[in-house]
Design a protein around this ligand. Structure first.
Ligand SMILES: Cc1ncc(COP(=O)(O)O)c(C=O)c1O
Length: 344
């Protein structure tokens, strides 16, 4: 895959100059082509903004949309940084136990969202495949969520970080392509995950033209532009990197299955995480996962506390699997199994 470090100043004119705020033309075109492959929609260039990765993209979106006191619905558990991004605007992250309830027969998606809505609710955040549960939302669940957003006139903020790391056979149409929410959906993507370019800090956001003009204005004062050499590398990755992405997806899929088997958990449907209740591993009197996590750390395994992904998940832990070479994964899993068995 072509990467930014392979580019030379002598062969790329003004490689280290500023880019335009919106983004390099070659990357904007690569993004349009990418979005067309995912949806068949031909998104107007004016509706696209290159960002310095997903974190920065979602921060700029929240800086544009949110005022102090506004409320954002966060189906939980969620990517840990989104709660802080919302809070940094003085807005309130309204946490709704969601992904861990999807298999409950009486779980009512509409009711779960509706009961959390107030007159200050302005947006609904949707992340599928989900960090940390590895769940992929079904079209049926997504439809119910979008109906609530339309009924209550909410912005829909989609987080597409794991769009390339979905392991299910069906390829559901992206949330942002749903015709019922095209006027209210703002989607943020990143090359950090499927393309393995986390250090390059390149992502992009798209949405309705008027709000994208405001987002571009906020981007100007927050970041100005994403790094030009990295934008050129990202364009090459989007245009030519599908072989890389397919290979990465297969490796992550395998690592996810093997990690889930080691823990006796269902296989993840996407993403790079497993999220589990640590109750079987807790000792008498322990109510949060922290003592368990410390014991795992002593055994050489680093897990994330579930509370980082929502206040209802104190007893949970998140495991991140990566596509390291097979023998390294085996070593890590052996270490994890030993740590778990020692606790039972
Ligand atoms: C769900 C989700 N959204 C956004 C991001 C941020 O991505 P980036 O590395 O591009 O800032 C991450 C990174 O872990 C993530 O898991």
């Amino acid at each position: 895959m072509a990467r930014a470090e392979a580019q030379h100043v002598s062969t790329t004119t003004r490689l280290h100059n500023y880019a335009s705020v919106q983004g390099e033309p070659v990357l904007l075109q690569a993004i349009r082509d990418h979005l067309k492959r995912k949806s068949t929609l031909d998104i107007d260039e004016k509706c696209i903004q290159v960002m310095s990765g997903g974190t920065s993209g979602l921060s700029v979106v929240c800086n544009t949309l949110l005022s102090a006191g506004d409320e954002v619905l966060l189906p939980a558990p969620f990517w840990p940084l989104i709660r802080g991004i919302v809070a940094s605007r003085g807005a309130t992250a309204v946490e709704i136990p969601f992904f861990t309830r999807l298999d409950e027969t009486d779980f009512d998606v509409t009711a779960a969202l509706e009961t959390s809505i107030t007159e200050r609710t302005v947006a609904l955040y949707i992340n599928t495949p989900n960090n940390p549960t590895g769940r992929v939302l079904s079209p049926h669940v997504i439809d119910a969520m979008l109906k609530v957003a339309v009924k209550h006139n909410l912005w829909v903020l989609t987080d597409e970080a794991y769009e390339e790391l979905r392991f299910t056979d069906e390829a559901p149409s992206p949330v942002w392509a749903n015709p019922t929410v095209r006027d209210r959906v703002i989607a943020t993507h990143t090359l950090s995950k499927g393309y393995g370019l986390a250090g390059a800090r390149v992502g992009f956001t798209h949405g309705p033209v008027e709000i994208m003009a405001q987002i571009r204005a906020v981007q100007t004062f927050n970041v100005y532009c994403a790094a030009r050499p990295m934008q050129l590398g990202a364009a090459r990755a989007l245009n030519d990197g599908r072989g890389w992405v397919d290979h990465a997806r297969a490796l992550y899929h395998e690592a996810g299955r093997r990690s889930a088997d080691a823990l006796g958990l269902p296989h993840p449907e996407g993403g790079t995480f497993l999220f589990f209740d640590t109750k079987p591993y807790l000792r008498e009197g322990e109510t949060s996962s922290v003592p368990f996590l410390l014991r795992c750390l002593d055994a050489g395994v680093l897990l994330t506390p579930g509370s980082a992904s929502g206040r209802d998940y104190e007893r949970y832990a998140r495991l991140c699997f990566t596509c390291v070479p097979r023998h390294e994964l085996d070593e890590a899993l052996a270490c994890l199994k030993a740590a778990l068995n020692a606790q039972l």
